[in-house]
Design a binder for this molecule. Structure first.
Ligand code: ZN
Length: 623
């Protein structure tokens, strides 16, 4: 590596006030006046967050003397020109009180930060190598704090600070540096090896996690995914950085780590039997973020190769990068034996229900939802269910539909598994050799799927990805011996609304497009008071409705702001029942190959021994 041109130093300077002090020293500066900026967003989370709003103080100096610093827009500062030979240092204080995986959080118990929240980016110097000096907070009470990060240590500094993880780290450039979140504090640490790659799990916060159980389950997940894409793994080591709280959920992927937020009750405990739903959900989250190590961190949409951290970066492909990852997160749990086939079919049915519930699926395609993620999916409001489809949930059903289509039409010779491996080989491998990855263009996934399968998938992609037609899942599941059906729903007529309850108050969260409530003029935010003169509360709504018939005219009283209003609502039909997936044909060879994850079934379907022998075979073109 070339000598470092940029040196960062970060210290939790006042944990009780949630303040980091961050210094950035640049050896070579722009003679016209060096500019520095903080990112407006963090890769993996498609919302403008304007991290610079948390910079509470900033100054610059060169050769020990102050240098004037002017703010030129919401996240950029420009230093006055300095002598070419002098190094320039910018010192800022950053407020950190966002307990999420996307920002920075600091108090007396721990420090967590993403580089995008704290490290200024010298404009024009983004490609220069960086050194990062992680410093502990001053004072005896922090003497036992340690560091957990996947950043690469830069020096052989010895001593207790280094033993605890403090000191110098290096990164090839700014993007790499900010792709390694850092935790400082007191955390539980466990390690395991997956396909020879060292993995660690650091859990901060109060918890009673059974680390042996967790590492055993994670090892299976990681080994499955490494072998899925093919050894060696693209990362030299990996860190699951977990923050356990009373209630919380979130994850963000990085190239050699993931930041995870969970409820402490989601974690396994000593003596726990089986895999309770909460723990299964947590493992699904870990599996999801780990799969992103390939799918989005190294196989990227073209729009994200060399992306602009100052403004929105548009891609129509999040349905593939988030949707396919959502499909494989739980499928990984099934294939490595963490959950049963029935569990998995239940999860698929729940996703179908989730997509089916909201009219947004009929108004927006997953390609449009991807493109508009910045202003729609990531900025939900009361009308979101009517206008927006989730590229996660529907994207995972598109993955399911594509997988089933490829497998059924090629008699098991081609699958989404092979498509993922082909994407990795064509669009991801170069990253490993430090060449810029080749971005995935808008049509590349269809073209590659057609090349591998020999099928014409024009209408599949037009309907499933760019259209809003219902996915024909029942028909697609049939050749796999699985029946998709709706259960009988309740007989209670509906208003066509989503409500939110607070104590005894019942409010309308969403009024669905085309619903009886909308026709009557009820609106999101209305506080429901009564139906036909009888008080409405969260506990009486169902009781009052179930005694009436669809088509009946009722009077609903509601407050809009402080004004009492009356609405005549003609009750609609009951909401449809939930979906259910059931295995109807035992010993279906196509299904076995699919659920076990063999790359190819070959022609002699039904030979179970052969299916097992083919397990994890290297993929090949399947035309
Ligand atoms: Zn994701």
């Amino acid at each position: 590596m070339k000598p470092a041109q940029i040196v960062y130093r970060i210290r939790p300077s006042r944990p009780e006030a949630h303040l980091f002090e961050v210094r950035c020293t640049l050896a070579t500066v722009d003679p016209a006046g060096q500019r520095f900026a903080l990112p407006a967003w963090i890769p993996g989370s498609y919302l403008i967050r304007d991290f610079a709003r948390h910079v509470v103080a900033i100054r610059a100096e060169a050769a020990g003397k102050p240098v004037a610093l002017a703010k030129i827009d919401k996240h950029t500062w420009q230093a006055a020109p300095v002598n070419k030979t002098a190094s320039l240092t910018v010192i800022c204080e950053v407020y950190a009180w966002d307990l999420s995986v996307r920002g920075a959080h600091l108090d007396q118990t721990h420090a967590f930060f993403n580089g995008s929240s704290v490290f200024l980016r010298p404009l024009g110097g983004e490609r220069l190598p960086c050194l990062v000096d992680l410093q502990p907070p001053l004072g005896d009470r922090y003497r036992d704090w340690r560091v957990a990060t996947a950043l690469v240590p830069a020096s052989d500094v010895k001593g207790s600070a280094r033993a605890r993880g403090f000191g110098l780290y290096r990164a090839a450039n700014y993007d790499e540096m900010i792709d390694h979140p850092v935790e400082m504090g007191r955390f539980a640490l466990a390690s395991f090896s997956a396909c020879g790659v060292p993995h660690r799990v650091a859990i901060s916060g109060r918890h009673d996690c059974d680390l042996d159980r967790l590492t055993a389950d994670l090892k299976r997940i990681c080994e499955y995914q490494i072998r899925f894409f093919g050894e060696p793994a693209p990362m030299p080591n990996y860190l699951f950085l977990v923050t356990a709280v009373g209630d919380g959920y979130g994850g963000l992927e990085h190239r050699a780590s993931s930041a995870l937020l969970c409820a402490r009750d989601d974690l396994p405990y000593a003596g726990m039997k089986g895999t309770p739903e909460r723990y299964r959900t947590f493992l699904g989250l870990c599996s999801h973020e780990y799969f992103h190590s390939w799918n989005v961190k190294r196989i990227k949409p073209a729009a994200f190769t060399g992306c602009d951290l100052g403004s929105e970066n548009y891609t129509t492909l999040l349905w593939a990068f988030e949707g396919f990852t959502s499909y494989y997160d739980d499928l990984t749990l099934l294939r490595c034996g963490t959950i049963t086939v029935d569990d998995w079919l239940g999860l698929i049915a729940a996703t179908i229900d989730r997509v089916d519930r909201d009219p947004g699926r009929q108004r927006q395609s997953v390609a449009e939802s991807s493109f508009d993620a910045w202003t729609k999916y990531y900025r939900p409001d009361e009308n979101t269910p009517n206008e927006v489809v989730s590229y996660y949930a529907k994207g995972s059903l598109v993955a399911l539909a594509l997988d089933l289509t490829l497998r059924a039409a090629t008699n098991g010779r081609c699958s989404l598994d092979q498509l993922m491996r082909a994407l990795w080989q064509r669009h991801g491998e170069h990253e490993r050799e430090r060449h810029p990855g080749i971005g995935v263009g808008d049509d590349d996934i269809r073209l590659l799927a057609e090349e591998l399968s020999g099928l014409d998938l024009t209408s599949f992609f037009a309907e499933a990805v760019h259209g809003t037609a219902e996915l024909p899942l029942a028909r697609l599941l049939k050749p796999f011996g699985i029946r998709l059906r709706r259960e009988k729903g309740s007989a209670t007529p509906s208003l066509g609304v989503k409500t939110s309850a607070s104590g005894d108050e019942l409010k309308l969260a969403t009024v669905y497009q085309g619903s009886p409530a909308q026709a009557a003029g009820l609106s999101a935010g209305d506080l429901l008071i009564a139906i036909d003169g009888l008080r409405l509360t969260p506990s009486t709504l169902e009781r009052l409705l179930c005694r009436r018939q669809a088509g009946t005219l009722v009077t609903v009283h509601a407050f809009r702001r402080d004004e009492l209003m009356a609405f005549s609502v003609r009750l609609g039909p009951p909401t449809a029942g939930k979906h259910r997936l059931r295995i109807k044909q035992q010993g279906n060879a196509l299904r076995k190959a699919w659920l076990r994850g063999q790359p190819a079934v070959l022609d002699e379907l039904g030979d179970d021994r052969r299916l097992l022998d083919d397990d994890r075979r290297a993929p090949s073109a399947c035309r």
